[in-house]
Design a protein around this ligand. Sequence first.
Ligand SMILES: Nc1ccn([C@@H]2O[C@H](COP(=O)(O)OP(=O)(O)OP(=O)(O)O)[C@@H](O)[C@H]2O)c(=O)n1
Ligand SMILES: C[C@](O)(CO)[C@H](O)COP(=O)(O)O
Length: 225
Amino acid sequence: MNRTKKYGIILAGGKGLRMGKDLPKQFLQVKGRMILSRTLDAMAQVCDHLILVLPQNHIALWKELSQKESRLVPTHSITIGGETRFHSVRNGLEMVEENSLVAIHDGVRPYVTEETIRISFEAALRFGAAIPVLPVTESLRLVKSETENEAVNRNLYYTVQTPQCFESDRIKKAYQTPYKETFTDDAAVYEHLYGKNTIKLVEGNWENIKITRPNDLLFIPEFID
Ligand SMILES: Nc1ccn([C@@H]2O[C@H](COP(=O)(O)OP(=O)(O)OP(=O)(O)O)[C@@H](O)[C@H]2O)c(=O)n1
Ligand SMILES: C[C@](O)(CO)[C@H](O)COP(=O)(O)O
């Protein structure tokens, strides 16, 4: 394995239906800059090679919009997204040429810090797979039906962020499996092949929100200009 080469796959192949805007959310401007351009920039702080996954029918738009911010958009390769996040990741992984380290990151998480990316890569180098997580800060309740619900111990749960980092040949092999609805992230796909307790957890950063619904735009960190 090439232990020093670091690929970043930035996923921007979604439609942004929950955001409900005319354009998929990754192309929206936040505080004067396109969300996706910020995300690429964040990942470029640590990755040597960026692979951007885009919806086929928005590639021309991306080229036009990114041209306007060209001084801010780092060099990257482009590939086409698939029907779900899983299929988009699979397409992105096909672009990884040699066994190396790869970070798979949501294009709508522009406020990931350099520290989160670095420690995720470092842990992936040691353990094969690593993901950033945070403890839960609100109480949690298991809802079994309309009339059955109960408190659960929140200390048993963590929320999961991206980038999710792996040795590339291992995650590529995991992604050869058929799609399942329960594969909501890359760690779930990896674990499906290699089993439980195969993923190292590292500390994520609180600003690393996934911009999903309109209210998420209210929580853009104050320090951003
Ligand atoms: N077929 C898909 C679906 C999602 N994504 C990307 O995966 C990330 C996380 O997905 P999500 O927040 O669910 O984005 P959307 O699928 O676009 O949102 P929605 O479910 O509201 O339509 C996003 O950067 C999104 O662009 C992708 O590359 N290809
Ligand atoms: C990968 C992820 O961001 C980890 O929290 C999340 O699972 C993506 O979920 P989505 O419904 O595809 O946005």
